[in-house]
Design a binder for this molecule. Structure first.
Ligand code: PLZ
Length: 450
């Protein structure tokens, strides 16, 4: 335990408890209703139906208590139903639930934006505005970059994920399941190589500079730097497989952007709000983006997202050019203010680093025993293992799915990810107790031992 008693003051017992098969009978009943009511295009990692969640556990309708290594895909960093979040949302719900900021504004929206301007990388003058989802934030960042530069091309990277709307699925690298059959795609989107250390042909050492040189060469030769409005990148690729770009790659790309009047947009939707051990993952290599898209961890599970950017860029857009009915909903703003207080008061960046310090050595030890684990990587509380077939680096998505299923059966909620579907990813709530964190890792040990 650190000085803060993580897990100690939780509402629900912080314990793993498996009392039925997973999913249990009541979840199976609900699953039948769901299949008749919801199209199969909307998937679920694990069809256990949730009644309660808090700290490091998710409790289902059958009374099972699962260890949460997912945080609703990196959203509930401060814990589910965090008391501070819940209290502020409840109080707000009793006052007013919506006016539309574009109709009649309120203070909490402005306060969230002031906070974002303060905490995002760089001490230059900034502006922020609020929307509902990560995709909407990314899409708005691209709109603003095009407006401000008068250019059209947008450069994204191999293994990138940016959302499911028409523009953001176009920006996303992976065909299945995100793009397949949903075209035609948006124009003026170009893809460049990413510094993926584990899979870089000449090995990890020269990966950063080599990948940057290739990307810059492609941009220069194929698009022309003066046609590029923005380069858009996740500082650690999330859905692409928790790929930490090799050192030097991001700074080289950022420098190229600066030299050529190209805006650097950081998609910090998955990496933001203390997840990687810094407030934002860009900070790790001192990158100061022109525009930042945030969502997920910003509001403890209430739907909120934001675009933050240099004031001179953001202020260019004509009055009324940005907005949306629900963007910056007052309940979500209250939640965000509570989240920011929790992150600062409980020093959750430090806590995320501590989680990484516990997980990485244990996973590396596991990899020593099991050659199927080809790579262990990540930063802070955003950690993954990549599974490969024996004797090489061929991705093993079948084994990955099987390991995830066995973890689920034992009461450990893990997610898979990656371009090749062969990455197990771990995104525990930052407030998980160390006992539960270690128990989750024990289960992984057990599952790999077979
Ligand atoms: N940018 C970096 O990780 C969302 C996707 C879940 P929304 N990632 C989870 C799924 O399969 O739909 C994400 C992200 C990055 C943008 C997004 C999109 O955020 O809030 O899902 O729109």
């Amino acid at each position: 335990m650190t000085s803060d008693d993580f897990g100690g003051s939780s509402r629900l017992p912080q314990e793993r408890r498996v009392v039925t098969e997973i999913p249990g009978p009541r979840s199976q009943e609900l699953q039948k209703r769901r299949v008749a009511a919801v199209p199969p295009g909307v998937g679920s990692v694990l069809p256990v139906y949730v009644t309660d969640a808090d700290g490091g556990v998710v409790v289902d309708v059958d009374g099972n208590s699962l260890i949460d290594f997912g945080s609703g895909i990196a959203v509930t960093g401060v814990g589910n139903a965090n008391p501070r979040v819940a209290a502020r949302v409840k109080a707000q719900a009793d006052r007013f639930t919506h006016t539309c900021f574009m109709v009649a504004p309120y203070e909490s929206y402005v306060e969230v934006c002031e906070n974002l301007n303060r905490i995002t990388p760089g001490d230059h003058e900034k502006r922020s505005f609020l929307v509902n989802s990560g995709a909407e934030a990314v899409e708005n960042a691209v709109k603003i970059a095009r407006y401000a530069t008068g250019r059209q091309a947008v450069v994204v990277f191999d293994h990138g994920y940016h959302g499911r709307t028409l523009l953001t699925m176009t920006l996303t690298a992976k065909n299945m399941p995100y793009k397949h059959g949903f075209g035609p795609y948006a124009p003026e989107v170009y893809r460049a190589p990413l510094a993926y250390p584990y899979r870089w042909p000449t090995g990890p050492d020269d990966c950063g500079p080599e990948a940057a040189a290739q990307a810059i060469d492609q941009i220069t030769k194929q698009i022309g730097a003066t046609n590029v409005a923005a380069v858009l990148i996740e500082p650690i690729q999330g859905e692409g497989g928790f790929i930490v770009p090799a050192p030097g790659f991001l700074p080289a790309i950022a420098e190229f952007c600066r030299a050529n009047g190209i805006l650097f947009i950081a998609d910090e939707v998955q990496t933001g709000f203390a997840r990687t051990g810094d407030l934002f993952a860009c900070e790790h290599e001192g990158i100061v983006p022109d525009l930042v898209a945030t969502a997920k961890g910003i509001a403890g599970g209430l739907p909120l997202a934001a675009v933050t950017g240099r004031a001179d860029i953001m202020d260019k857009v004509h009055g009324g050019g940005l907005g949306g009915t629900y963007g910056g909903n007052p309940l979500a703003c209250e939640a965000a203010l509570a989240v920011l207080e929790e992150i600062e008061d409980r020093k959750l960046t430090r806590r995320a680093r501590r989680i990484g310090e516990i997980m990485l050595p244990r996973l590396r030890a596991l990899a020593e025993r099991h050659p199927a684990i080809g790579d262990v990587r990540g930063r802070g509380a955003m950690i993954a293992v990549e599974l490969v077939r024996p004797g090489g680096k061929d991705p093993d998505p079948e084994m990955t799915a099987q390991v995830a299923r066995r973890c689920h059966e034992r009461g450990l909620l893990v997610l898979t990810t990656g371009t090749y579907g062969n990455v197990l990813r771990f995104l525990p709530p930052l407030v998980i107790s160390e006992a539960l964190l270690n128990e989750g890792l024990d289960i992984l040990d057990e599952v790999f031992a077979g």
